[in-house]
Write a new protein. Structure first.
Length: 375
């Protein structure tokens, strides 16, 4: 009896899930596995004197966990998932707040919690829940005809950004601000109000750079070197751009790239440059098209979506996914200053993969056919 119930639920799940989005996410996960093997084998074996499969094995484990999380979240009843959003956001926010107290520092930045088996970067887990909680605030019935909901959501944004800037992590701060602006704009806020909030953020950021130049000197240096390459160290961004040029359309061949051996953390922050160098611009373009296709499918679902909470949530999550993707690509192609942003699903890193799986799971859950119900 129990087996039949579970079997029926699986059949219903598969019938109503958006299979095109589902397979797109699967492709990205497996491409991430493949490129992880390609980009980390020489790093582990030759430079760190570890087993050649050291990083790949860890990436494989985290990919497996991420896939399970994605499927579990997408399988949940949507009403149950909505009830879990606020508790999960509070837990991830507490983890982020613990970083200044017990976090570990790596290369001048304190962004991780040491959980013995791996280092957790709480912001990666918090990002999708931040968007979902913002939508909860924007769609509350008691705030329906007031502007108070935008102010409350803005204070929520500021509370997260303050913790991020303290790490410091300007890249994630800009990403969250951009995704928040997209979310509140879709909810129907006036453009003037959005510009006002954005102006407050820019003024506050300018004041921080002016009043605390020592703590945020790296940001100033990156901006200066981006505007005038002769006045700063642009080794990483220049190397990434050169690698993309060397790759051309068809690439240098698997394992033939030099970027992964010359730039620190290239398998996380510069993965698209490694892919372009070894496999060519054609593969990179295909990857970008997969991300755009996912966003297209999400927007197509939103057009026919009657539930405002789900509609705005999907728009916000789509914005988060696309903004992060193009910030990563922009850094790799020297179109924007260096931010240290991972590429969702493809970059090496357990926290990034788990955060991507949460985002993917919620998108799959919210894009299920409207007639899909668990009995």
């Amino acid at each position: 009896m129990q087996e039949n119930i579970f079997k029926n639920k699986l059949i219903s799940y598969w019938r109503y899930i958006d299979k095109k989005i589902f397979f797109s996410f699967l492709i990205l996960f497996f491409l991430g596995l493949f490129f992880s093997f390609s980009s980390t084998s020489s790093l582990a074996g030759e430079r760190l004197n570890k087993d050649y499969y050291f990083f790949f094995s860890k990436h494989f484990i985290f990919t497996s966990i991420a896939l399970l999380i994605m499927i579990l979240i997408s399988f949940l009843q949507t009403s149950l998932l909505m009830r879990l959003i606020i508790p999960l956001f509070i837990i991830s926010f507490i983890f982020l707040a613990l970083v200044p107290l017990i976090g570990i520092e790596v290369k001048g930045a304190k962004r991780w919690l040491d959980l013995y088996y791996f280092r957790l970067q709480p912001i990666e887990i918090l990002k999708p829940f931040f968007i979902l909680v913002t939508v909860e605030i924007l769609t509350l019935e008691k705030f329906k005809n007031t502007q108070l909901k935008y102010l409350i959501s803005f204070f929520l944004l500021i509370s997260v950004v303050v913790l991020l800037i303290d790490q410091p992590d300007l890249g994630q701060s800009i990403l969250l601000v951009g995704a928040w602006i997209a979310t509140v704009f879709v909810s129907g806020v006036s453009l003037l109000l959005v510009l006002s909030f954005f102006s407050i953020f820019l003024i506050s950021l300018g004041l921080l750079l002016f009043l605390m130049p020592e703590k945020f000197s790296y940001i100033i240096n990156r901006l200066v070197s981006f505007i005038d390459p002769t006045k700063g160290d642009r080794f990483q961004s220049s190397s990434a751009l050169d690698a993309i040029k060397l790759g051309g359309l068809k690439g240098q061949g698997m394992g033939e790239g030099i970027l992964k051996d010359s730039v620190p953390e290239a398998h996380t922050d510069y993965i698209i440059a490694i892919i372009s160098e070894e496999y060519g611009a054609i593969i990179s373009i295909i990857i970008i098209l997969i991300f755009l296709f996912i966003s297209f499918r999400i927007i197509k679902n939103c057009v026919n979506q009657e539930d405002q909470t789900i509609k705005i949530s999907l728009c916000g999550l789509s914005a988060l996914l696309i903004f992060q993707t193009f910030i990563h690509i922009g850094v790799n192609t020297s179109l924007i200053p260096t931010t240290g942003m991972t590429l969702p699903f493809l970059s090496y890193g357990g926290s990034s993969l788990i955060g991507s799986s949460i985002l993917a799971g919620v998108i799959l859950n919210y894009t299920k056919n409207n007639t899909y119900l668990y009995d």
